[in-house]
Write a protein that binds this ligand. Structure first.
Ligand SMILES: [Ca+2]
Ligand SMILES: [Ca+2]
Length: 384
C-alpha cells in the first residue's frame, strides 16, 4: 500500500470516528437540547401543514398509498407482542391501506403458534419525536378480547430498559369495556408493576366513529387531548420527586417513536375472555400527524430567571423552581463558581466529577431560540 492510499484510509478512519463520537454525544441525555434548526418545512403530503401558534407538520402519514409505507413504518413480527400474555401472532398481512385509511385487522385464524393474527407497526428510527404535538385520528375495533393501542416508546432507552426510559400511552382501549379509553405513563417510579402508574380513563364511544387522539408534549409536561379538548395532563414536579433522579419520575426528555397495534387477549385485553364471534374486527387509522413548533417565528421573550434553588434529598443534587417562558424553556445551564459546568433538561441536576467542598451555584434558563434568562441568585452548595 503506498503512502497516498494509507493517508486516504487514515483520513477516512478519523472522519468516521469523529462522526461516531459526535453521534454518541448527542445521545447523552443531559446535553440533548433538541432541535436547534427552525424555519421548519412541512412534510410532503401532510393535509394540515400548519396549526395556529407556529406549529408545523414535519412528519405525517395520511395513508394515501396502497400499502403501509415502508419508509415510515416497521413491522414487528412475532407471537409475543408486548409480553402481556397476548394471544395474537403479529404478521404483515393484517395491516392494509385503502382509501386513505390504515386498517389493522384482528382475525381468528391459526398461524403457527397462535389462534389469532393481527399487526403491530412502529416508526422507530423512521419517525422519532421529541416534544411537539402528535395527532392520530382513529376508530377502535369492536369485540371482547380486543386491545388496540396508540403509544410511544423511547428510541434509545438511555435510562435503561422498561420502564426506566418511559412509556407514553396516548390511547388504549379494551373491548370488554367499550365505553372507555385510557391514557397512561409508565416510568421507573410510576408504573403498573408497582401499582403507581399515572393515567386517566375517560368515558366515550370510540368505536362508532373516528376521533382525534393527541399528545402535546412540552419539556416537563404531557397533555392528552381528544378531539381537541384536553382530557389529562402530567407535569414534572421536582420538589415532590427530589428523592430520585429526574428521569425516574419523568424520562420524557428524549426521543420517542410511535406504535400502532391491535392486541388480542392478554392480561388486560383478555381479562374477560375473547369473543370469537367478534372477528374479523378492525382498528382503523385515518392519519398520523406530528407538529413541531417553529420557535423562531413565534418566540419573543427570554425566560424568567430561576429564583429559588434547593438542596435535594438525593445525594449531591439540587432542584429549583422552574423558569417560565412565552414558548417553553429548552434547558438550564448550571454554573459552578461562575463557570459553566453542565446542563439540565428539567429542573434538577446531580453533580458528578466535582471534588467534595463548597461551591457557588448559579442557573440560567434557555429557551428554544437560545434566548437566556438573567442569572439566578447565588446558591451555596456543598458537594459530599
Ligand atoms: Ca387518511
Ligand atoms: Ca422565549
Amino acid at each position: 500500500m503506498n503512502n497516498y492510499v494509507k493517508r486516504i484510509i487514515l483520513t477516512f478512519l478519523i472522519l468516521t470516528t469523529t462522526i461516531l463520537l459526535v453521534a454518541c454525544q448527542n445521545g447523552n441525555g443531559e446535553n440533548n437540547n433538541g432541535n436547534d434548526k427552525y424555519n421548519l418545512e412541512p412534510a410532503p403530503g401532510c393535509l394540515v401543514p400548519y396549526l395556529d401558534g407556529g406549529w408545523v407538520c414535519t412528519w405525517a402519514d395520511e395513508f394515501k398509498l396502497d400499502q403501509v409505507d415502508p419508509f415510515k413504518w416497521n413491522f414487528e413480527i412475532n407471537d409475543s407482542g408486548g409480553g402481556n400474555n397476548e394471544l395474537q401472532y403479529y404478521i404483515k398481512d393484517n395491516a392494509t391501506v385503502k382509501d386513505g385509511i390504515l386498517t389493522i385487522t384482528g382475525k381468528h385464524e391459526t398461524f403457527r403458534t397462535r389462534q389469532y393474527t393481527s399487526s403491530r407497526i412502529t416508526t422507530h428510527r423512521k419517525g422519532d419525536f421529541r416534544y411537539g404535538r402528535i395527532q392520530i385520528r382513529a376508530k377502535n375495533p369492536v369485540g371482547r378480547g380486543t386491545w388496540p393501542a396508540i403509544w410511544m416508546m423511547p428510541t434509545r432507552s438511555i435510562y435503561g430498559g422498561w420502564p426506566r426510559s418511559g412509556e407514553i400511552d396516548i390511547m388504549e382501549y379494551v373491548g370488554y369495556d367499550p365505553s372507555k379509553i385510557h391514557t397512561t405513563i409508565h416510568t421507573a417510579k410510576f408504573n403498573h408493576k408497582l401499582g403507581t402508574q399515572i393515567g386517566k380513563s375517560m368515558t366515550m364511544n370510540s368505536t362508532n366513529d373516528f376521533h382525534v387522539y393527541e399528545l402535546e408534549w412540552n419539556p416537563g409536561e404531557l397533555i392528552w387531548k381528544v378531539d381537541g379538548k384536553q382530557v389529562f395532563n402530567i407535569v414534572y414536579n421536582a420538589k415532590l420527586n427530589d428523592d430520585v433522579p429526574y428521569w425516574e419520575a419523568h424520562p420524557f426528555d428524549q426521543e420517542f417513536y410511535l406504535i400502532l397495534n391491535l392486541a388480542i387477549g392478554g392480561d388486560w385485553g383478555g381479562a374477560k375472555g375473547v369473543d370469537n364471534k367478534a372477528f374479523p374486527t378492525y382498528f382503523q387509522i385515518d392519519y398520523v400527524r406530528y407538529y413541531q413548533r417553529d420557535f423562531e417565528k413565534v418566540d419573543k421573550k427570554a425566560p424568567t430567571k430561576v429564583e429559588y434553588i434547593y438542596k435535594s434529598r438525593l445525594a449531591n443534587t439540587i432542584h429549583w423552581d422552574k423558569a417560565t417562558d412565552d414558548y417553553g424553556v429548552s434547558h438550564y445551564k448550571i454554573l459552578v463558581d461562575g463557570e459553566e459546568f453542565g446542563q439540565a433538561n428539567l429542573q434538577q441536576f446531580t453533580f458528578k466529577n466535582l471534588d467534595p467542598g463548597d461551591y457557588m451555584i448559579e442557573i440560567i434558563a434557555v429557551d428554544f431560540t437560545g434566548k437566556e434568562s438573567e442569572i439566578s441568585p447565588k446558591f451555596q452548595y456543598k458537594q459530599q
